[in-house]
Design a protein around this ligand. Structure first.
Ligand code: ZN
Ligand code: ZN
Length: 360
């Protein structure tokens, strides 16, 4: 039996009616003692990811059970270790750590041995069945939290726990080389704007694609070119514009949206041996049919990036700590999460929303 910690109250955001509405509520809960192998983390900030919206609406394909009522969401948290469970010595008390989408991986199954911790056969996901980072105190597996470099702003570090590491891993898996053109679909969003920055930090040249209102924002993130996707009725015209700007097609297309139309555009804009990286999942996952003739003829690749492993997170944080990555964010309060979800669904957010977990 785990004892609650006396004298502390944990304010947490729960999903009131998962699958039915975006309604959330801030509640007070006891703070639990960490058990063996665990640490207690006092969280300061949590990023809000589109996957949180999906968990709240039970809209993520392939989940075994629906998100339960009362689930504490969130998977981009940063804070300080304030207590060790029995047997734990690291990370030290007082150190800054991050909590990721993968709350815990066994590190011994075949997928983990491949380095695919996000596909661990014994995976635990923060904010789905495991209480996530939309709370002030979070129990976490000691060997799976991420040390945060000292010189990194804690709020800006939060979105790197999922959004940052996902786009970094996508670019790394695509084999981005200096000078390569990269097309980023959904470039003005949480993932997309970090994608622009990581692609540039890795030596790429970026064509940002989004709605026209995000043009200035994408250029402020150092995009080389911008395409307003609303100005085109025909998918082939978007691809033709990308090929014109990149002198024949992009080496990598990062698909950060959930639009099947954008998938067709992203695939059609590749150059010889180009790679489409699937990140966003369309409502109808069968809606994208690649041209297999082009795929074989041009030796194209389609790969995916779910999120990264511990090495990927370390590398993505290292680039940020050296000043190459600056997440664009707005701070919101815990009781604003429902409205944040609605704004995200409407595509109104530039960059990332970060919840200040101390200001309820
Ligand atoms: Zn996420
Ligand atoms: Zn595993």
């Amino acid at each position: 039996m785990v004892e609650p910690l006396q004298g502390l109250t944990n304010r947490a955001i729960i999903y009131s009616a998962p699958g039915e509405s975006l309604e959330t509520a801030v509640v007070s809960l006891p703070v639990q003692q960490p058990a063996e192998g665990e640490v207690l983390v006092k969280l300061y900030y949590s990023g809000v990811c589109h996957t949180d919206v999906s968990f709240c609406m039970n809209a993520l394909p392939g989940l075994q059970v629906p998100t339960p009522k009362g689930q504490i969401g969130g998977h981009e948290g940063v804070g300080t270790v304030i207590a060790h469970g029995p047997g734990v010595t690291s990370p030290p008390i007082g150190s800054h750590v991050g909590i990721k989408y993968v709350a815990d991986a066994c590190l011994t199954c075949d997928n983990c041995i491949e380095g695919a911790e996000a596909s661990c056969l014994n995976l635990k996901i923060s904010g789905y069945l495991t209480p996530g980072t939309f709370q002030q105190y979070c129990i976490a597996t000691a060997r799976y939290v991420t040390p945060i470099p000292d010189n990194l702003d804690l709020a800006a570090a939060a979105p790197l726990m999922c959004g940052g590491v996902t786009v970094y891993t996508a670019l790394r898996k695509a084999g981005l080389r200096p000078g390569d053109w990269v097309a980023i679909f959904g470039a003005g969003g949480g993932l997309g704007h970090l994608g622009i920055q990581y692609a540039k930090a890795m030596g790429g040249r970026v064509i940002a694609l989004d709605v026209g209102s995000k043009k200035d924002f994408c250029f402020s993130q150092a995009a080389d070119e911008f395409i307003d996707v609303t100005q085109f009725d025909v998918d082939e015209d978007v691809a033709a514009k990308i090929k014109l700007l990149s002198n024949g097609g992009v080496r990598t297309s990062l698909q950060c949206t959930s639009s099947s139309k954008a998938y067709t555009q992203a695939f059609s804009s590749l150059c010889f041996r180009g790679t489409l990286v699937c990140i966003g999942v369309p409502q109808n996952p069968l809606s994208f049919a690649p041209n297999l003739s082009a795929m074989v003829g041009q030796e194209l690749r389609i790969i995916s990036a779910k999120t990264g492993n511990r090495v990927d997170v370390k590398e993505c944080l290292s680039l940020a700590a050296r000043g190459f990555i600056k997440c664009h964010y707005q701070i919101r309060k815990m009781n604003e999460l429902t409205n944040v979800f609605k704004d995200m669904q409407a595509g109104l957010i530039e960059g990332r929303v970060i919840l200040d977990l101390e200001g309820v």
